[in-house]
Design a protein around this ligand. Sequence first.
Ligand code: GLU
Length: 468
Amino acid sequence: MTVVTRFAPSPTGFLHIGGARTALYNWLFARRHGGRFLLRIEDTDRARSSEAAVQAILDGLRWLGLTWDGDATSQWARATRHAAVVEDMLARGMAYRCYASQAELTAMREEQKASGQPMRYDGRWRDRDPSEAPAGIPPVIRLKAPQAGETVIADAVQGEVRVRNDQMDDLVLLRADGSPTYMLAVVVDDHDMGVTHVIRGDDHLTNAFRQTQIYRVMGWDTPAFAHVPLIHGPDGAKLSKRHGALGVEAYRDMGYVPEALRNYLLRLGWGHGNEEIIDTARAVELFTLEAIGRSAARFDFAKLENLNGHYLRATSDDRLTDLVLQRLAADASAPVPDVWRARVQAAMPSLKPRAKTLVELAENARFLVLSRPLPLTDKARSVLDGDGTAVLAALVDQLGRLATWDAPAIETEARRLAEARGVKLGQVAQPMRAALSGATVSPPIFEVATILGADETMGRLRDQLPAV
Ligand code: GLU
């Protein structure tokens, strides 16, 4: 059997973090078994679906590296097929037309409520002769669901779950306007697409019972189900925006790299012993549905940050330089000056161990590409108070006479100066750092001076000297 999984988002908003995790698990499971991972856009709710949301979902999946096989399917475009399946059920007596008006159904529910009964459709048209159909009322079509016995699902995550059939009513398959319901469309599409494993949020578990009834009536094989517990916030409450229920593009903007987010989402609900760092290649080898946890995972930004720091350190300097330059450029369409690239690339080995996100990395690299004179932080300014500018003046003088511009030579001059003034090296290095980086923390400052080159370094040092 070839494994076929699918991700079936409703395009009513961005690709949120829970959806991204569902997509990842489906993708991993398909890759692990050499199968296919399909994408179906569940756009039947025309009022709430939008093309912009479809694009946001596709972009989010691409950014995360979760490529799907073949073209994305539109559920809406398959409405004729959905209706044809219902025609077939009608012909076989497995579905029926229900002419109950809205007013009638409301009255029915109110009576049920008043007498303490569960509120569900009572099957009033199930066995009625169609000749009794009232004129001018377009019917809905309902499934003639089994009334005895149980519907049982062997869920790979939840275990065996069952419901008595007399607790489920005859669900609507086609609305009065002929449009298919979600419940019907999902089953027909999964069947036609050859989906073997349905992996999705456990908010769909109750739907799985009704969907199973449709499979049975059609005589189709049911797929294997895996209903994954939803993601909660660190406080155990349902995930909200405040907790991180954002679109994946928000994570991109916050400076996370896709490989870190994949590792994080993998671990958020799935485990392999205590291993925290599991890259995608290893995840493809290890992923099983059985190891998905049964309780809701809690979203934790600190863990995500740590993982991101790990993946940043493992990323090549070339790629990080590109990503940082994209963030530093004020105008994304203008070419990046060569000197920017050269400086950022040269500083990358010193910069990358100190950052957990690309935002932080870009902020730490920004001083390299600022135009003179540099703005100084308050702390940097206070370093230059008192003796600081006198140190810089002497430094300018000494460095100006250097024949070779490299870190050891610059350091030697700084040491010589510290000795001559009877101060510690730091009392030379800190004013130098303030002038060259505008701040009090930076990569090793002699290295910075080398990266900036003699002209830029001397310029930045002179900028901080009092005008004569
Ligand atoms: N379209 C549904 C959703 O976005 C998913 C349906 C399914 O996976 O079966 O929640």
